[in-house]
Design a protein around this ligand. Structure first.
Ligand code: ATP
Ligand code: MG
Length: 160
């Protein structure tokens, strides 16, 4: 079954250009509910860890430099089939390929400075949300909280 949560980052250039409000309005208009959100600045080691999967790529260091270049907004979003629906809403990684009206087409400067991140699987959405948020910061997503932070309890739960 498809999950109901995804995780997003509004990246440094979009935040610097004061696009946060417009991007959030598009997200809400797209039928997503904001379950958790905050503005932070990543430290180098945090950006390295978050983008670990890309550590062997030629653009890895540029990506880390970019993601630490200024504040970002991180959020957990809820909608049915959230991961897929959100990637549709944001459009292709390269804004030149992104469909008209998508967030990346509207707000991204380039492939490297592409405005937002969206999780690519339910498992990554869970891991990424856990990377940035503590359970008490997700005060309005009960199902998400129980899935993300209470693994031992749910694994050991006695059958009903
Ligand atoms: P994101 O993970 O940010 O949502 P994505 O899943 O569409 O984007 P990934 O392949 O995971 O794309 O790449 C992560 C990020 O690395 C992209 O958002 C982009 O900023 C950057 N990136 C990807 N490919 C390149 C590239 N060829 N050159 C420079 N930067 C790139
Ligand atoms: Mg990705």
């Amino acid at each position: 079954m498809k999950g109901n949560y995804t995780f997003t980052i509004i990246k440094p250039t979009a935040v610097r250009k004061q696009k946060t409000g417009q991007i959030l309005a598009d997200i809400i208009a797209g039928g997503f509910r904001i379950v958790a959100m905050k503005q932070i600045r990543l430290q180098e080691h945090e950006a390295q860890e978050f983008y670990r999967v890309h550590r062997d790529k030629s653009f890895y260091q540029q990506l880390v430099d970019f993601m630490t270049s200024g504040p970002i907004v991180v959020a957990v979003l809820e909608k049915e089939n959230a991961v897929e629906e959100y990637r549709k809403l944001i459009g292709s990684t390269d804004p030149d390929q992104a469909l008209m009206g998508t967030i990346r087409a509207k707000y991204a400067e380039s492939l490297r400075h592409n405005a937002v991140h969206g999780s690519d699987s339910d498992e990554n959405a869970r891991l990424e949300a856990k990377f940035f948020f503590s359970q008490r910061e997700i005060f309005d997503g009960l199902e998400f909280s129980s899935l993300a932070w209470d693994e031992k309890k749910s694994k050991n739960k006695a059958p009903a």
